[in-house]
Design a protein around this ligand. Structure first.
Ligand code: IDP
Ligand code: MG
Length: 138
């Protein structure tokens, strides 16, 4: 029996990377690492939408800045598919703070700072479903 564990996860290329025209380069990295981009769109969020997306962080001191930043300029939102996509994407992204991210990760390569860290990725299968619905439910 062939066991397949294909998963989907939500990825966002954040404003700092889109502003530097890195979106195509980052999409190539996903594809070269075995991810299929099932859906994608370039959008700019309203601040109130960013606040909803990051609601889990609403008690954090950086919440307001985080939501202002995510809604400050266009982002590219994607549904990525791969075996163990959630874990695999988190590994490929690297640590939240680019200074702590491993060589070869997206945040190490492109991240500017802990807030301008170039990409978002769902942190669990459950949150991936919620985040995919948030952007792509029609
Ligand atoms: P993650 O993006 O690696 O999952 P989270 O802890 O979920 O990290 O935080 C969400 C986002 O909030 C981070 O990607 C980063 O942009 C921002 N952030 C996290 N911690 C800090 C902080 O201490 N100061 C400023 N921004 C932060
Ligand atoms: Mg997170």
């Amino acid at each position: 029996m062939i066991m397949s564990n294909k998963e989907q996860t939500l990825s966002i290329i954040k404003p700092d990377a889109v502003e530097r025209n890195l979106d195509n380069e980052i999409k190539e990295i996903f594809k070269n690492n075995g991810f299929k981009i099932l859906k994608e769109k370039k959008i700019q969020l309203e601040k109130i939408e960013a606040e909803k997306f990051y609601k889990i962080h609403e008690t954090k001191p950086f919440y307001n800045d985080l939501c202002a930043y995510l809604s400050s300029a266009p982002i590219v939102v994607m549904v990525l598919e791969k075996e163990n996509a959630v874990r695999s994407n988190r590994d490929l992204m690297g640590a939240t703070n680019p200074n702590d991210a491993e060589e070869g990760t997206i945040r190490k390569k492109y991240g500017i700072s802990i807030d301008k860290n170039s990409v978002h990725g769902s942190d669990s299968i459950e949150n991936a479903k919620i985040e995919i619905d948030f952007f792509f439910k029609d």
